[in-house]
Write a protein that binds this ligand. Structure first.
Ligand SMILES: *Cc1c(COP(=O)(O)O)cnc(C)c1O
Length: 729
């Protein structure tokens, strides 16, 4: 583990003094007993502070700690948690998965770059799916004992906190991140001052200085670069403040900080990755910096690029063209005019690294990544086909199906995303140590034996909690005097625990078609208003601050939710973040996803819902094209085949298919055939099938093991390292 500088010690009772250390390692967040050590001290304060142990320990009444230190039950629990926590550092090489199964990777760390990481709601350095996936990836690396250093930026204003005004228009409120109230620790130089690294923008004579923070995620350190450093010109200090904020110029500077600054930060703290993984194209400048290092060590460009390629993994995450960063040649001239000579290249050769049909003479970050990484993947089987079609021209004469891009389907970190009640239930029914073998379908066979009533009861409890959470959120906003009555109505006060509840939450990009379900308003009204078999829908999701189209979709749902004809059965829940997400996945009955195929690269929210026993009702695109088990008797959800043809026809046909599936299959299975205790046995069978089949196949543990076997091993053994003497300090 990396040596980090201790934070100022809190004044804790001697017997419990390591609570502080526990609170600064996010490991606590996926170990319910560790979380209990905090929550049980003051449950109300814990929730008020977004379950942030760093803030919590600062605001907690010391009397509560003194009492806990004198409570034998608490102290026993504390010792047990700390024993497990200490085992993290001790059993690394020999007993963790990687040591036992792939010892070649012990001592060969990977550097994992991502523009965002979703680790916990209280650390707002993520916007959505990509970040949560990166967070799940590194938590799993920690669980498996995979040596990994993660790199990203410290966004002091996070992404955005979403509020809707009285018209349903999204207001983008910054989410202030105060590093001293977070598990972020500054990296210091031996003289005790912040350790700084430099990157140049347009003017190499005046580089920008970056501070480096570290967040410990179990065994994995996550390094965060921060341009808000004293002495930097004012205009540079906000560059790392807003995730996906600002214009193209801003974005380019952020990506220079992430890619080039990221490599330099690892070097500055003395780390020497054996291979590298770029999660999406945002970090692609790390490739150029590494080529530069090899060239500085005396290699010609071609050989340097070859070394970098052999040791690099690249994952592409979207088939939507706008999802790939392209910078204008003119911009690249200004920012890289002083850089390309250091690669031994001229302007034309340099710009050619980012060239791609469809990007004009712009510099495409995905093309750069594809060219300088030998180990490439998409994130589902279907997305693999689409990605090969999009990029095969980078290998002239290669037909799409032969393009050297594979796929590894995404997965989710089950200990983070399966709610505590279900984890208790699984602890009682699955084989001991099931978390260590969660990728093995055999581990989940015992889900079939869980008594129907038990699974149904914990699901009803989770649903009650979701509705309570939505109500309390709205109550607080109402009590602060900031809401109009119409906003209260739109937030779901009439939702009821007995009604079949559909969840739909995602980024409001147009291809996700959030309003498809409203395309036949009369038919939808008949479905939701059925007095004996009511249906309700909870929507959530943010639009990018610059995306007025997405904001209009949110507004449309807001107005539908207020429409008396829909009986208060539609709700829009504000501020979709990891906290709301976890409650939604656990509390809704069914998860809906109706993207326009084939634009859903994978999707992961449906995996999280399924693992919580909420079957999917979704278009067969992305992960669901692999996850759906059509076998009627044992179905694990419902798949809607995408309809070819022009978009309008496609929308109408697919909307009809959704209504049909709801009326003929989903609703009857939910309401019919209840046993004497009111348990819908056929429905519970579907819930169990969702858990049994989807949880192992779409666990992050399965995903990371796939990365290890298919991409990490060859990259780690590709020997693309820079000689130690040639690296700059
Ligand atoms: C899982 C998750 C997502 C991604 O869901 P998609 O299915 O890809 O839309 C987005 N936001 C949050 C908060 C999540 O937890």
């Amino acid at each position: 583990m990396v040596q980090i500088v201790p934070r100022p010690r809190l004044d804790l009772p001697e017997r419990l003094y390591r609570l502080d250390e526990l609170g600064t390692n996010l490991w606590w967040s996926w170990h319910p007993r560790a979380a209990w050590l905090f929550r049980s001290l003051d449950p109300v304060l814990w929730e008020t502070l977004d379950q942030n142990p760093v803030m919590f320990l600062r605001y907690l009444n010391p009397e509560r700690l003194r009492r806990a230190a004198a409570d034998p039950a608490y102290v026993t629990a504390y010792d047990a948690v700390m024993d497990r926590f200490d085992a993290l550092t001790q059993d690394n090489a020999t007993t963790a998965w990687v040591g036992r199964h792939e010892p070649a990777l012990v001592g060969r760390p990977v550097a994992y770059f991502s523009a965002e990481f979703g680790l916990h709601p209280s650390l707002p350095i993520y916007s959505g799916g990509l970040g949560v996936l990166a967070g799940d990836h590194i938590k799993t690396a920690s669980d498996l004992g995979l040596p990994l250093f993660a790199v990203s930026l410290l966004y002091r204003q996070g992404y955005l906190r979403q509020r809707l005004d009285a018209d349903g228009w999204q207001l983008d409120v910054p989410a202030e991140l105060e590093p001293w109230g977070e598990p972020t620790t500054p990296m210091l130089a031996p003289d005790g001052r912040p350790r700084l690294v430099e990157v140049a923008f347009e003017d190499p004579a005046h580089p920008v200085r970056l501070a480096v923070w570290v967040v410990q995620v179990g065994r994995v350190p996550l390094f965060l670069l921060d341009a808000d450093v004293e002495g930097n010109p004012d205009w540079t200090r906000t560059i790392s403040s807003r995730l996906y904020g600002g214009d193209k110029e801003h974005r380019l500077r952020q990506e220079i900080i992430l890619g080039i600054g990221g490599v330099r930060a690892l070097r500055a703290v003395g780390l020497d990755p054996a291979y590298w993984h770029g999660n999406e194209g945002h970090a692609a400048f790390h490739l150029l910096e590494r080529v530069r290092e090899h060239v500085a060590a005396g290699l010609p460009f071609a050989e340097a690029a070859d070394r970098v390629r052999r040791a690099t993994v690249f994952t592409s995450h979207t088939p939507v063209p706008a999802g790939h960063d392209v910078f204008a040649a003119e911009q690249m001239d200004r920012y890289f005019g002083h850089f390309w000579p250091q690669l031994g290249l001229g302007r034309e050769e340099f710009l050619a690294l980012g060239r791609h049909d469809g990007s004009g003479d712009g510099f495409n970050m995905t093309a750069l990544s594809m060219r300088l990484s030998d180990h490439r993947n998409a994130v589902s089987a279907r997305h693999g086909e689409v990605t090969r079609r999009m990029w095969h021209d980078l290998w002239p004469g290669t037909p799409p199906e032969a393009a050297p891009i594979g796929h590894i389907t995404n997965g989710v970190h089950l200990p983070t995303w399966i709610n505590d009640r279900e984890q208790d239930l699984l602890d009682r029914h699955l084989p001991i140590g099931w978390r260590d073998r969660q990728e093995d379908p055999a581990t989940w066979e015992a889900v079939r034996e869980i008594p129907d009533g038990e699974l149904w009861r914990i699901h009803q409890e989770a649903k009650g909690e979701l509705l309570e959470y939505l109500r309390e959120y709205t109550r607080r906003r109402w009590a602060s005097g900031l809401l109009e009555p119409g906003q209260v109505v739109a937030s779901g006060p009439f939702l009821e625990p007995g009604a079949l509840t559909i969840g739909f939450a995602r980024r409001f990009a147009t291809y996700k078609r959030a309003t498809l379900i409203f395309s036949d308003p009369e038919r939808l009204a008949r479905i939701v208003n059925n007095a004996e078999r009511p249906v309700q829908i909870v929507f959530a999701g943010k639009a990018h601050p610059a995306d007025d189209g997405g904001k209009r979709l949110i507004q449309e749902i807001f107005w539908r939710a207020r429409d008396p004809r829909l009986n208060g059965r539609i709700a829009f829940a504000e501020n979709y973040d990891m906290a709301l997400a976890a409650r939604l996945y656990a509390g809704v009955d069914i998860w809906l996803n109706n993207p326009r195929a084939p634009l859903e690269a994978s999707g992961t929210s449906g995996m999280k819902a399924a693992a919580n026993g909420a079957p999917n009702l979704s278009i067969l695109d992305g992960w669901w094209a692999e996850g759906w088990a059509a076998d009627a008797a044992n179905s694990n959800g419902w798949g809607i085949a995408p309809d070819g043809g022009d978009p309008e026809r496609q929308d109408a046909a697919e909307a009809r298919a959704f209504y049909d599936a709801l009326e003929r299959q989903v609703i009857p299975r939910y309401y019919d055939g209840r046993d004497a205790d009111g348990v819908p046995t056929a429905w519970v069978r579907t819930m169990k099938e969702a858990i049994r089949t989807n949880a192992p196949a779409f666990s992050a543990q399965r995903m990371v093991i796939d990365y290890i076997r298919q991409l990490y091993l060859p990259a780690a053994l590709g020997e693309g390292k820079v000689p130690a003497t040639a690296r700059r300090a």
